[in-house]
Design a protein around this ligand. Structure first.
Ligand SMILES: Nc1ncnc2c1ncn2[C@@H]1O[C@H](COP(=O)(O)OP(=O)(O)OP(=O)(O)O)[C@@H](O)[C@H]1O
Ligand SMILES: [Zn+2]
Length: 810
């Protein structure tokens, strides 16, 4: 018996199904979908592998290596997922095992670790015969009963696994290396830290400042303490080791068990909703697989429609997946599903602990849970007899994975719908241009809800020209018009939502004399001043340092300008001293509990104004919100990404849509310095169709999706010259290969160029963009070029990856 395997940790260049022989004793245990361990490479190191298929061949097994052990009793993957693995490898330019990894929950993953122990035969305890480091290793390993893992060696002795002392001990047989498969115990809990008040030991100045802060603020998450004091997590751990603080873990997110009374479950559908639901049901019941697009203005009750459709699919005995973008995975969304379907719902998202994830995954795999609600990776859920996939807010960028494997959840959904002859329902008030185009050209079924539910109507929207408008009490972020509306709204006992899609206090600091901008030392990007911790922070790599007032280049005075949510909050407090104000951004909601609590408090009327980033713009449903204000709509308008128009329209339409969803009429104000921008007018009119007509012309003229596919090849490395040379070399290789071997493949190749943030996290980044027609021939050519490139000795320090239809251009 032979088995074809996907091996973990292969390089992309050598990745393919590997064939191993199956020892007789393991023949019943080795089945497609279970994981095994195998010896691999010249050193026969142990690797984990997924069995893709098995076969019988007489006499063929002799030359092959044999499977060593079987890790799973039951297959983790079924035929559908096994078929999806090579499909993903071909389209996402990843290894087979990269695909396996997203399909199984993290807790089930095995990790191979090196374990070092003393050779039992070792007798030569002669201190003089060894270097200091080697002797340290010997002492430590002799003391450790079960030996030490590589990570433990590094942690305790500061010795890297590739240290020459360790290697020579291995070579002369003093120390033995074994590798073992062990379950990943990644923690998905939140680590909290509190001070031990009567601590009196000695601390370094950094440790002291963290300790003092901790004494002042009480129990916080480790992440928050690191945010406020700027000390690393390592230092916080040292504090705990010295007995000055205590670190403990709490479960991060439990499934909200909300009172049924809290939730307004839609009961009977309106006439418009019913018509749409009926049409969709008919398509769901059809024998062939289909994709439908449900367009519905904000507040039209798309949820009510798909709940109706889901109920029907369940009654015919089929399973359902509902995906939501992370930001709208609010307690509200989850509560609606739990209220409607109880325990048949399983929840998949990154906030779950490993144990919870595994349990939920198993409930689905065994058919006990029939509906999965979750973020992007929920699209891989092992739902039995899949009948329907609903993608809510299908245009959201969070559906595209920005790390390996670089898949789009919509593409995976379409694969699964075809495989299962099922139905995929894409929902949005602002569909992606690609999806709407597919609906227009008849490839997707189109359904539309044009009216809000009940007596509600879409809000009236007014653009406020900040060039000519008087400011309220001199506050640069608040116009008279907005101030009047907010005051009136407070007086009427209604709530307001204000949007500013930038966090922090000041968004940049520049020197008055030499004009140097305070920039991140690791990234080619300006740092944002945070008043909450008095630090300058980089929003790309997380670097932070105490705020300084003198230019680092010339010693001149820094001026701080540009405003984020923290500053907006300050200005609002000064402008409306009587108002109760809530700020919502990633800084105030470091853990999921915080967001849940804040939204509940807002829903209970404990605040008058909610100010925040895009987190407040989408998916929220509060009846008492009748005013929406956009403090500045300008920052997203001039980004050089081809999707920036779409993003602007989407964000503005969605946030405007938070107003007037219930009994009371809503209105919205959008402050801007460029009132002539056409996309602002389209968003103000909430006119999706006109937006689409404008945008599709641009896409056609520029040959952007849906008229071509994009492929971005990214190059990342520490030396700028090498990264640039690599990108240019690859670009030349591409041009030549396609001219010579594929003269008939349509292709437009843009020159290699620096990424728009050309340095990030200390690494330089270059990109090549291609516009092409997706085909197997094209993908194979790219895959082989990536292979050739990765073996080029000149560019070993540069990582290259291909990203199909990237969410954002580098
Ligand atoms: N059939 C119905 N019966 C009772 N209430 C309904 C019904 N349909 C919609 N609603 C209510 O109308 C409001 C808007 O519905 P919902 O949140 O589903 O809209 P939506 O289309 O998802 O909006 P958005 O795109 O803005 O998020 C909700 O408060 C919802 O409870
Ligand atoms: Zn940075």
């Amino acid at each position: 018996m032979l088995a074809q395997l996907a091996l973990e940790n292969t390089t992309y260049r050598f990745d393919k199904p590997f064939t191993y022989s199956v020892p007789q004793a393991l023949e019943t245990a080795v089945r497609p979908g279970v994981r095994v361990t195998v010896p691999f490479g010249a050193g026969n190191r142990t690797r984990v592998a997924m069995v893709l298929s098995t076969s019988y061949e007489s006499g063929a097994g002799q030359k092959l290596k044999a499977i060593a052990s079987v890790l799973d009793k039951e297959p983790l993957l079924d035929d559908e997922m096994l078929a999806l693995i090579p499909w993903m490898k071909s389209r996402c330019f990843c290894t087979l095992y990269d695909a396996v990894k997203v399909m199984i929950p993290a807790g089930i993953g095995y990790k191979l670790v090196n374990r070092y122990r003393m050779n039992a035969a070792f007798k030569n305890y002669d201190r003089e015969a060894f270097t200091d480091t080697a002797w340290q290793i010997i002492v430590a390993l002799t003391a450790a009963k079960n030996g030490l893992t590589g990570a433990e060696l590094t942690e305790r002795l500061g010795i890297e696994e590739k240290s020459s002392d360790l290697l020579s001990l291995l070579e002369n047989g003093t120390v033995i290396r074994e590798n073992a498969a062990s379950r990943n115990a990644a923690d998905a809990t939140t680590r909290m830290v509190c001070a031990v008040p009567d601590f009196s030991g000695k601390l370094t100045p950094k440790q002291q400042s963290a300790f003092d802060t901790l004494c002042a603020i009480g129990t916080v998450t480790v992440r928050e303490l690191s945010y406020y004091t700027g000390v690393s997590v390592g230092i916080i751990r040292t504090l705990a080791d010295k007995g000055a603080a205590e670190i403990f873990e709490v479960e991060r997110f439990r499934r909200p068990k909300q009172e049924m009374a809290d939730i307004r479950l839609p009961q009977t559908l309106s006439a418009e909703q019913m018509n749409v639901a009926k049409d969709i049901l008919r398509e769901c019941d059809a024998a062939e697989p289909m994709v439908g697009l449900l367009y519905g203005v904000t507040g039209s009750g798309k949820t009510a429609v798909f709940l109706h459709v889901i109920r029907h699919v369940l009654t015919v005995g089929k399973g359902v997946i509902v995906t939501v973008p992370e930001i709208s995975l609010t307690p509200q969304t989850l509560a609606v599903f739990t209220a409607a379907f109880g325990d048949t719902v399983a929840v998949f998202h990154s906030g779950l602990s490993v144990g919870e994830r595994m349990d939920e995954w198993k409930r689905v795999r065994t058919g006990r849970a029939k509906i999965v609600v979750g973020t992007r990776s929920a699209v891989f859920a092992p739902v039995q007899n899949l009948g329907l996939i609903v993608m809510d807010e299908e245009q959201e960028s969070t559906y595209k994975s920005e790390s390996t494997p670089r898949y789009h959840a919509r593409d995976i959904a379409k694969f699964r719908v075809n495989y299962n002859r099922a139905y995929c329902l894409l929902c949005s008030a602002t569909p992606s241009v690609e999806s709407y185009y597919m609906a227009q050209s008849g490839k997707y079924r189109y359904h539309a809800l044009h009216h809000r539910y009940g007596d509600a109507v879409v809000p009236t929207v007014q653009l406020v020209d900040m060039n000519n408008e008087d400011l309220y009490r001199g506050k640069p972020m608040i116009s008279m018009a907005l101030a009047r509306a907010v005051s009136e709204n407070i007086r009427a006992g209604r709530q307001s939502i204000l949007l500013l899609n930038r966090r922090g206090y000041h968004t940049y600091a520049v020197c008055k004399d030499c004009k140097t901008v305070a920039a991140c030392p690791n990234c080619s990007i300006s740092m944002t001043y945070h008043a909450a911790n008095n630090r300058l922070m980089c929003h790309y790599c997380g670097h932070s340092e105490p705020a300084y007032v003198r230019c680092k280049a010339c010693g001149g005075e820094l001026t701080f300008s540009g405003g984020g949510t923290q500053k907006a909050e300050d200005q609002l407090r000064e402008a409306f001293p009587e108002a109760r104000i809530l700020r919502v951004d990633t800084d105030t909601t470091a853990n999921k509990y915080a967001l849940e609590k804040k939204l509940n408090a807002f829903a209970n009327g404990e605040y008058d104004i909610m100010i925040g980033t895009q987190m407040v713009a989408k998916g929220l449903d509060f009846e008492n919100v009748t005013l929406v204000g956009v403090l500045s709509a300008d920052q997203s308008l001039y980004s050089d990404d081809y999707r920036s128009n779409e993003r602007t329209f989407d964000l503005l339409t969605q946030v405007v849509g938070r107003a007037g969803r219930g009994r009371y009429r809503g209105m919205a104000l959008i402050q801007t310095h460029v009132p002539e921008n056409p996309y602002l007018h389209l968003a103000a009119a909430q006119d999706y169709e006109s937006f689409f007509e404008t945008e599709i012309r641009f896409r056609r003229a520029m040959l952007y999706p849906p008229f071509a596919d994009l492929l971005q090849i990214g190059f990342v490395g520490e030396k700028e010259d090498t990264v640039r040379a690599a990108a240019e070399h690859f670009s030349a290789l591409l041009a030549e290969t396609f001219r010579r071997d594929y003269p008939n493949l349509p292709l437009r190749l843009l020159r290699a160029s620096a990424a728009s943030v050309s340095r990030m996290g200390g690494k330089y980044r270059y990109k090549i963009i291609m516009k092409y027609k997706n085909s197997k021939a094209f993908r194979d050519a790219i895959a082989s070029l990536l292979g050739v490139f990765s073996s080029d000795k000149r560019f070993l320090s540069v990582t290259a990856y291909a990203d199909p239809n990237p969410d954002a251009i580098l």
